[in-house]
Ligand binder design. Structure first.
Ligand SMILES: [Zn+2]
Length: 268
């Protein structure tokens, strides 16, 4: 996202540079979810609508009473006729500040990397997956969902390897790569993504097919390569996983809907 504006006084604004990850539609409610977990909810009136334009002339849209404008570079989405506009953080207890003090900030140039490693090694829930722990703000701050997927791929780690199966050097490797990628001199560079958003495409490292699944308490999308992200695959936690793994070719949303339906039938 390259720009965001709203006429409402929202609590949290999505940050320029973050990635729009999902759009969920519930009747007249439309939610837009960014990779750092921020959710924008709009509740449309009967004649309300989100419209997408090629223009980047924001002032023109403001003149037409747009309530929210989201710029993604070559397109601008604008919201008109919404009765309610609000933002919140997608519920994930691990990201909630009331649960405990935040860990070190990866954006800090004086980051104490060993302190992040200590927090991973001493993680209270030994069954938690490495994919979940990377988003836990109490371990370290700064990893969004896009970067989490890329980080796991670059370390060849199975996303639901148990955190307790990683040794100190492996935790150190994750923290070091994360810290280097998020430093100001590297942050601005556009890196090509290896797995994120590449569902069904070929993995550039092994030629395997990239998959997408939903994972963790917040049910965030997770892209990974099952062929080469095999480190600690045997230790895998069984929580939250596999039932929503999307086979190649299927649309993730459609697959999740059908799996839920099937499960409901079986349990009913
Ligand atoms: Zn691969």
């Amino acid at each position: 996202m390259t720009g965001f504006e709203t006429v409402e006084a929202t609590v949290l604004d999505p940050q320029v540079g973050s990635v729009i990850e999902e759009v969920r539609v519930f009747r007249r409610e439309i939610e837009i979810i960014w990779d750092d977990g921020i959710v924008l909810r709009t509740k449309m009136r009967i004649n309300g609508a989100w419209r997408v334009y090629r223009t980047t002339n924001w002032s023109e849209l403001r003149g037409h009473s747009a309530q929210v404008v989201i710029d993604v570079g070559d397109r601008v989405a604008a919201c008109f006729g919404s009765a309610e506009i609000e933002t919140h953080h997608d519920f994930d207890p691990r990201r909630h500040p009331l649960l405990g003090p935040h860990g070190p900030d990866l954006f800090d140039p004086k980051l104490d990397r060993e302190s992040c490693v200590d927090r991973m090694i001493a993680y209270e829930d030994s069954d938690a997956t490495v994919a979940e722990v990377l988003l836990d703000q109490r371990v370290m701050r700064g990893i969004g969902n896009v970067f989490r997927c890329e980080l796991l791929w670059s370390c060849e780690l199975h996303p639901w390897a148990k955190i307790s199966s990683l040794n100190r050097n492996e935790c150190r490797e994750l923290v070091s790569i994360a810290a280097e990628m998020l430093q100001p001199e590297t942050r601005g560079r556009v890196a090509t993504l290896a797995v994120y958003g590449r569902h069904g495409k070929e993995c550039e490292r092994c030629g395997g097919q990239i998959r997408v699944t939903h994972h963790g308490e917040a049910n965030r999308v997770l892209y990974w390569c099952p062929e080469c992200q095999t480190r600690h695959s045997g230790s895998g936690s069984t929580r939250y996983v596999t039932e929503h793994d999307t086979p190649p070719g299927a649309h993730p949303a459609e697959f999740i809907y059908l799996s839920d339906l099937e499960r409901a039938r079986k349990s009913g």
